[in-house]
Design a protein around this ligand. Structure first.
Ligand code: LLP
Length: 432
């Protein structure tokens, strides 16, 4: 019935997540509130792990892309599910290390890592550093020298593939700020630069073609392009690269209009391509890394808001204002992202009105959804926005000095806070 299996409706007609009543959650924890089903998150990790087992005989690892939603508890869960982490900043590395996440399972990405971040990563023994540009390779060489360490490096490669998704979240094409281009020879030059150095161990290649991609074919194409590159590297330098990180980006269902192919729909054709290409180029099948973010976290959360003002503008639109908005979910203002919106107290009732859900910021574009079909709500009702587990809290801001919401995980129907609600004091604590 819903976009996620973690959701249901109880006999009172209230929306539940992970077995907990969303109206009780809103009452007990306040709103806005982001609620995750921990069971749902774990189920997704297990699904990816068993897929690696099935399609690559276990020769690979899932790296949760922590940019989707990063907090200590999420790192603990990823750790206990035997995943690695794709981290993109000193802050994400810090969060993982602060809960004892094994440093060798951290893969450090980013198109412009600062010297301090790289130094922190090297000092902490982060497992793999995915170099994005020549300057970074040079910095890594000098850090390896400084710390007397050999550094395991991947290169981020732009495979030259234009995936069909929103232009802001497309990354594999040549006109992208991420990585080394294949077409121009830049990627091979970077390989040579790494292999010149005795301190850098070039052990893998990485690509990520974009996010929320439904069609498996660009992933298959990227797999072939990357395997061909491994073959070119072997021919030109004699080095066999044995690790291949294929990134994330698997599309998920936000509304009934989305028709994802499911994990098998990507894994089967991509793994077949990898094996075929390995044979064609006489290469070993590499150790495969996948970096799901959205497909681990998004569908396992809802955001609960309290409805405030309801403004009916005849023949124009009906605004339903909520106590959050772009500060906890900037995805509509950024990408016009579609969401399923529900009256949480009447979750099984058929929609009878069309509304525009407006946030509380002084910004006309601060909307969560336009023309959403819902069961009518009035002031004081709880509105649920589904599938908000990825790129919402992690992209939250304090615009208008609005505090970031509390985040709760539900396990076996029992909720617990994993991120406290921000306070006014905390927001002002760095002001002098
Ligand atoms: N690996 C790399 C190198 C990435 O850059 C990303 C996402 C992922 C993995 C995970 O992709 P996922 O499986 O979550 O699609 N803020 C945007 C999404 C930006 C994605 C950035 N990189 C949004 O809200 O849709």
């Amino acid at each position: 019935m819903f976009v996620s299996d973690s959701l249901n409706v109880n006999k009172e007609g209230h929306l539940t997540i992970g077995g907990a009543d969303t109206l009780d959650l809103a009452k007990n924890f306040g709103t806005p509130l982001i609620v995750y089903s921990e069971d749902g998150i774990r189920k997704n990790f297990k699904f990816f792990n068993s897929s690696i087992q099935e399609y690559y005989g276990g020769n690979g690892r899932v790296l949760y892309a922590s940019k989707a939603f990063c907090c200590k508890e999420m790192c603990r869960i990823a750790e206990s599910e035997n995943a690695g982490l794709d981290v993109v900043s000193g802050g994400e590395i810090y969060t993982a290390l602060s809960v004892g996440f094994p440093e060798d399972r951290l893969y450090f990405h980013g198109n412009n890592k600062t010297y301090n971040e790289l130094e922190y990563a090297v000092k902490s023994g982060v497992g793999r550093i995915i170099a994005d540009n020549i300057e970074e390779i040079k910095t890594l060489e000098s850090l390896a020298e400084k710390y007397g360490k050999k550094i395991d490096v991947y290169l981020r490669v732009k495979p030259g593939i234009d995936a069909h998704t929103h232009k802001f979240i497309r990354t594999g094409q040549i006109d992208s700020k991420f990585g080394f281009a294949l077409e121009t020879g830049e990627a091979m030059d970077a390989v040579r630069e790494c292999t010149k150095s005795k301190k850098l161990n070039l052990c893998g290649m990485h690509c990520h073609i974009g996010s929320q991609i439904f069609d498996p074919s660009p992933f298959v194409l990227a797999a072939e392009v990357m395997m061909k590159f491994l073959s070119d590297i072997q021919r030109e330098t004699g080095i066999t690269i044995t690790e291949l990180d294929l990134g994330g980006g698997f599309g998920i269902k936000y509304t009934e209009n989305d028709k994802p192919v499911g994990l098998d729909g990507y894994m089967r054709p991509v793994s077949e391509q990898i094996k075929k290409s390995a044979e064609k180029y006489s290469l070993p099948v590499p150790y495969i890394l996948l970096e799901p973010g959205r497909s681990i976290a998004a569908a396992e959360a809802v955001t609960l808001y309290t409805v405030g003002a309801v403004k009916k503008i005849p023949n124009i639109r009906n605004y339903v204002s909520i106590d959050g908005g772009m500060t906890d979910n900037p995805r509509y203002i950024l990408y016009q992202a579609e969401y399923t919106v529900l009256n949480a107290g009447k979750a099984d009732a058929l929609p009878d009105t069309t509304v525009t859900v407006a946030g509380k910021c002084c910004e006309t574009g601060d909307l969560i959804q336009e023309n959403a079909k819902i069961k009518e709500v009035k002031a004081g009702d709880i509105l649920a926005v589904l599938t908000t587990g990825a790129y919402c809290y992690s992209m939250a801001s304090n615009y208008n000095r609005v505090e970031r919401p509390e985040v709760v995980f539900v396990t076996d129907g029992i909720p617990r806070t994993v991120i406290r609600r921000e306070t006014y004091e905390q927001m002002a604590q760095n002001d002098i």
